[in-house]
Design a protein around this ligand. Structure first.
Ligand SMILES: [Fe+2]
Length: 288
């Protein structure tokens, strides 16, 4: 999502900003890039990703290898949780993004990174959007959370609170960790789709790992240029959904507006600290 885009869709896109995926236009090299990334991440994630993510991975194993055909993927996903995947040309305005989520449509980029970009990409491609996000959309509880987030986004418009709400998405959907009886596990799409951060988020002493705290998180800035300096750990997807659904966000936004914004590496007295990070990695990688 992005706040600074014009509200009219670009040429070739529908009024809701969707475009055809045009699956036939992918080259063999494009499909090979997907297959390489897919294999590498599945191998990496088997003892790192949340069990719900791993269970959802099967949704991506379609009738052909390579980049999933959104039509076939959507059919399967719809049967599981009533969600669909639609292609968009790139970032879309906030209102368009929220409206799709509120109607159980996940917007995905259709391009795939070049083979020399396997490890770093500034804009989300189809591997991030589909491998990272779609498996959890096959989980009924997480599927409801994503819809609730979209509905919350529509309500937040005009409340001057989108910057706060975006932090909830960032620290859960993109970079969330889950506590399990076997230790911490990854569920955020930004982590599961990154070879390097899949290790860093769980194993590196640098970042903070803090218990999920909704009002605290709405105040917390984040880095978009490197690995996160703090990760927030949820106890369960059911708890995340309950807290999002049962919280009246309007007074929360008002309360947060009176408090200072917290830096990405902040640890404050109210935090449930699972690991107080050294921030050594962040010090080696100064802000861009
Ligand atoms: Fe994402």
């Amino acid at each position: 999502m992005a706040s600074d885009l014009p509200l009219t869709p670009p040429p070739g896109a529908a009024a809701d900003w969707t475009v055809p995926q045009d699956w036939a236009s992918y080259t063999p090299a494009d499909h090979a890039t997907w297959d390489t990334l897919f294999r590498r991440q599945v191998e990496m994630l088997h003892d790192r990703a949340a069990p719900e993510f791993l269970a959802g991975l099967d949704i991506l194993r379609l009738s052909r290898p390579g980049i999933p055909d959104f039509a076939e993927l959507s059919e399967r996903l719809y049967r599981a949780t009533g969600w669909e995947v639609v292609a968009v040309p790139g970032l879309v305005p906030d209102a368009v993004f929220f409206n799709h989520l509120a109607n159980r449509r996940f917007v995905a980029g259709r391009f795939i990174r070049r083979p020399d970009q396997l490890d770093y990409l500034s804009e989300p491609d189809v591997f991030h959007d589909v491998f990272g996000h779609v498996p959890l959309l096959a989980n009924p509880v997480f599927a409801d959370y994503m819809q609730a987030y979209g509905q919350g986004g529509l309500r937040a418009q005009g409340m001057d609170a989108l910057v706060n709400l975006a932090r909830l998405y960032w620290y859960t959907v993109e970079f969330g960790l889950l506590r399990t009886p076997h230790g911490l596990r990854i569920y955020g799409a930004g982590i599961v789709s990154s070879h390097g951060e899949s290790v860093f988020a769980l194993d590196d002493p640098s970042p903070n790992r803090l218990g999920f705290d909704l009002s605290r998180l709405l105040r917390t800035d984040y880095r978009i240029d490197t690995y996160q300096q703090s990760y927030f750990v949820i106890d369960s997807f059911a708890d995340l959904l309950d807290q999002t659904r049962n919280t009246d966000f309007a007074p929360l936004y008002a309360a947060v507006a009176d408090l200072p914004t917290l830096a990405p590496d902040a640890v404050i007295p109210q935090d449930r600290v699972l690991h107080h990070g050294t921030q050594a990695y962040a010090r080696r990688m100064p802000a861009a």
